[in-house]
Design a protein around this ligand. Structure first.
Ligand code: PLP
Length: 372
């Protein structure tokens, strides 16, 4: 029986054509296709600026650099995320402060977040877990009140909306990933979006070694000179990847519709089952449905049953503060975020992706039914 993953990219002939056409152009990287992808992406998100980078992790790292997060700073973050969200805080020399989540959505609890604010707090990172945008009204007003930068980790939520506004325009800076499991893919890749011109300029510096001009500006100025004004990385995304990104972006809304259809079908089936409860989608204008997460009292048994049947269910995530690196270096312990820890015992991500077939679906449902 074919393996059914929890998520998978969706590639068609248009994607392949876009890549092959651009392969014969003058630039494979740092060319005009990067600018075009950024322009189309910022238009889609309804924000001023976008910067394409080599991964979602690079996007988060660039966002924190742009916001000047450094040694001595504290960043409030929820542990219910992929470890990279928290690792980049450490890369910047800052300390993560873990804030618990809401039981029904596993999104950061804005009222809990306020209790973690100290004189060292510099930023909050909000994770749109599973594709459900966080409570941005509450998070924005909290950030304004205390002079914090609000960073959105929207690696799950590209295409989602909050109060009729597109994700990417809801926080001071937003980070996206184009890993094949996410809403759209460039193989590896990422993007930051912002309305702040200073954050925009700093992210561009960070992507390219901290060099203050690009080769196009040097060409125009007829000069070889440049300055290194900050310490940066090579976080560039190639024109090859951006051409795939442009082609994928045009299909994003269709992808979301397909994910929604699968999600509604699960909702219907699960409403009749006692041992699996989906996360709440309340107060969500448009959910990106990156993950379809259920809580279950028989999670472990169900996990092994799915895997035995070649269905790639997964657990997203082990709360980051429980990893030994964080225990050793930041003194985190069991019991610090009880709701996230409790959820971790019960959560399971069922397969959901645009090309999922009816046959894939019935194989998943058949196993769900065994526990009815
Ligand atoms: C995927 C993901 C990342 C990292 O993105 P990469 O492109 O794999 O570096 C960060 N945060 C969350 C929530 C993610 O799902």
């Amino acid at each position: 029986m074919k393996f059914v993953p929890y998520s998978q990219q969706s590639i068609d002939q248009n994607d392949i054509r876009s890549i092959s056409e651009m392969m014969l152009s003058d630039f494979l990287t740092t060319g005009p296709i990067v600018d075009q992808f950024e322009r189309e992406f910022s238009n889609y998100c309804g924000c001023e600026y976008a910067v394409a980078v080599s991964s979602g992790t690079a996007a988060l790292h660039s966002a924190l650099f742009a916001a000047n997060i450094g040694p001595g700073d504290e960043v409030i973050v929820s542990p219910m995320t992929f470890s990279s969200t928290v690792n980049i805080i450490v890369f910047c020399g800052a300390s993560p402060v873990f804030c618990d989540v809401h039981e029904d959505t596993l999104l950061i609890d804005c009222f809990q977040a306020e209790k973690h604010i100290t004189s060292k707090t510099k930023a909050i990172i909000a994770i749109d877990y599973a594709g459900h945008p966080c409570d941005y009204d509450c998070l924005n007003s909290l950030s304004k009140q205390y002079g914090l930068v609000l960073i959105s980790d929207a690696c799950h939520s590209l295409g989602a909306k909050y109060k009729n506004k597109q994700v990417g325009s809801l926080a001071d800076i937003t980070a996206f990933s184009f890993h094949p499991a996410k809403s759209i893919t460039t193989g590896e890749g990422g993007m930051i979006s912002t309305n702040n011109p200073v954050y925009f300029e700093r992210a561009k510096l960070f992507r390219n070694h901290g060099i203050d001009t690009d080769y196009k500006q040097r060409l125009t100025n007829k000069s070889w000179e440049y300055d290194i004004c900050e310490l940066g990385y090579n976080y560039r995304l190639t024109d090859i990847q951006c051409s795939l990104g442009i082609s994928q972006l045009r299909k994003l809304d269709q992808f979301i519709v397909k994910r929604q259809t699968i999600s509604s079908e699960y909702d219907k089936i699960l409403s009749g089952l006692k041992v699996f409860t989906p996360l709440s989608k309340e107060n969500c204008d448009l959910h990106a449905n990156h993950l379809y997460v259920v809580k279950s009292t028989v999670r472990d048994a169900a996990f092994y049953m799915f895997r035995q049947n070649n269905i790639g269910v997964n657990v997203h995530y082990c709360p980051v503060h429980l990893f030994s690196f964080y225990r050793k270096n930041f003194g985190t312990q069991d019991g610090m975020c009880p709701i996230a820890e409790q959820a971790y015992q019960q959560i399971l991500s069922l397969p959901i992706f645009p090309d999922m077939t009816e046959n894939d679906m019935s194989r998943v449902v058949e196993i769900l039914m065994m526990y009815n």
